[in-house]
Structure formats: C-alpha cells, structure tokens
Write a protein that binds this ligand. Structure first.
Ligand code: ATP
Ligand code: PRP
Length: 226
C-alpha cells in the first residue's frame, strides 16, 4: 500500500493494561509491534510491517499526543478522555476493552456525610460534573492514584475512581455508592490527520473495527458521550 512510501502512522499507547488489551486487536489487524514495551526501554516501537510506529506514553498523556499531532491515533480509556475533554480528536471506535465503571465509593458503614463532603479523585472534571448535575456540593481533592486510601486516613469522605471487580474497594473497607459512567477504551484520531492521511487511517480503523467486531462511526469526542 502507498503508506509504505511515507512516514509510518504514529500510534500512541500506554504500557500495561491498555497495551496488553489492545495487542490482540492489533495482531488481528496485522499491526504487530516488533517489541513488547515491558521488555524494552524504547518509546518508539515500529510494527513488524512498518505501517505504524507505536509511541509508548503515559495513559493520561495519550489524548494530548493525539490532540497536538504528536501521534496520529491512540487508544485511551473513556475516563481519561473525558477528563481531557476530547478537543481536537475524533473518537471513531469503542474498542470494548479495559471495561470498568467510574463510580462514587465510600467507607462501609460510614457515619452521615458532612453537608459538603470531601471527594478524592484522579477525575475532578467528571466528578464535578456528576455532583453538580445532582445539585450536591462537594470539595474535590485531586490525587494521582491510590484513591482508596484517602477515606481510610481522613483525607476524604468519598472517592471517585474506576471499579472493575470491586476487589480494591473491598480490600480497603469501601463500597460502591453510585455509578457515574460505564468506561471502555476508545480509539482516537487526530482530526487534521484524518483529512491528510484519510486512506491509511480509514484502513486501520476498519481493520480494528473488524478485529473488535463493532460497528464504526467517526464522531467528535465529547464529555457527554459514554
Ligand atoms: P496513568 O499512568 O496516567 O496514571 P493508569 O495507571 O490509570 O494511568 P492504567 O491502570 O493502565 O493507567 O489504566 C488504563 C485505563 O484502563 C484506564 O484509563 C481505565 O479506562 C482502564 N482501567 C483502569 N483500571 C481498570 C480495571 N481495574 N479494570 C479494567 N479497566 C481498568
Ligand atoms: C485501578 C483502579 C482501582 C482498581 C479497580 O487500579 O484505580 O484501584 O483498578 O479494579 P478492581 O475493581 O478490579 O479492584 P490499577 O490496578 O490500575 O492500579 P493503579 O491505578 O494504581 O495503577
């Protein structure tokens, strides 16, 4: 295909869950990374066929790389995409992987909440929107991980975090209170690149859509989508 005569498409992925869950889809689409990031310190990993170059970035940086064209496309959790806001990116595919739920959680058998509870979260934008929509006043405390610890040490009354099996909540004496949104990983594409490299990107989108057996629809990403 003509893509081989131009630079490879740059495809942003984060190490760990997103890379591991995306790998079978990439393989089904014929885009096999030449190395696994857990076995390499390289941050640019070509696909075996040279069509794409995988960029290994932090999960929360994937939308930024794609927004500014540092990457042409990427895979990111909808939780992270909503926090970013989705400016400048298209969201053509729900890949249906890395499924979890964004939830409000709190201590089992908690005393009555204060009038303005403190909520610890890595997702302040989504949390603010959720509580505002319910007309509830909260004080948000931004954390970058281990949210489940915050209520245990008096840092917060509640947390907003992603929950899958619920085992992390249970292990820390917490319980789910309400769901904010179902979450799964999305394929995102740089908006200008979709015009300039339409044929190559459409081919990759179609191949990945076939791999995850979902219908594709190129649509603007937005905070309100779930
Ligand atoms: P960062 O390095 O930027 O802090 P992270 O450590 O949260 O990111 P991962 O743990 O790899 O990154 O999670 C990537 C995505 O996988 C999340 O954005 C979310 O959509 C999803 N996810 C997180 N935890 C789970 C889970 N327990 N089960 C299923 N999916 C999850
Ligand atoms: C995520 C999330 C929760 C946990 C939920 O953490 O932040 O702590 O998964 O999953 P569960 O409901 O199945 O227990 P992760 O394992 O990614 O660790 P990290 O965020 O500290 O990297």
């Amino acid at each position: 295909m003509s893509a081989l005569s131009v630079s490879p498409l740059r495809f942003a992925l984060s190490k760990g869950r997103i890379f591991d869950d995306t790998l079978p889809l990439l393989e089904a689409a014929g885009l096999v990374p030449s190395e696994h990031p857990s076995e390499s310190r390289k941050l640019r990993i070509p696909s075996a066929d040279g069509r794409v170059e995988f960029l290994i970035v932090r999960a929360s940086d994937v939308p930024t790389y794609v927004q500014y064209g540092g990457a042409d496309l990427g895979v990111v959790g909808k939780d992270v995409l909503n926090e970013h806001g989705g400016e400048g990116v298209l969201e053509p595919l729900d890949l249906g992987i890395a499924r979890c739920k964004l939830m409000v959680a709190g201590p089992v058998d908690a005393a009555e909440l204060p009038q303005r509870p403190r909520v610890a979260t890595k997702f302040p934008k989504s949390a603010r929107a959720h509580f505002a929509a319910a007309g509830r006043q909260v004080e948000l405390v931004k954390l970058y991980g281990s949210m489940e610890l915050a209520p245990l040490v008096g840092l917060a009354d509640l947390i907003v975090d992603v929950v899958d099996t619920g085992s992390t909540l249970r292990a820390n004496g917490l319980e789910p209170i309400e769901m904010i949104a179902p979450i799964s990983a999305r394929l995102i594409v740089n908006r200008p690149a979709m015009k300039v490299r339409h044929a190559e990107l459409s081919a990759v989108i179609s191949e990945l859509a076939a791999a995850c057996q979902l219908p594709e629809s190129t649509q603007e990403s937005s905070q309100t989508e779930s």
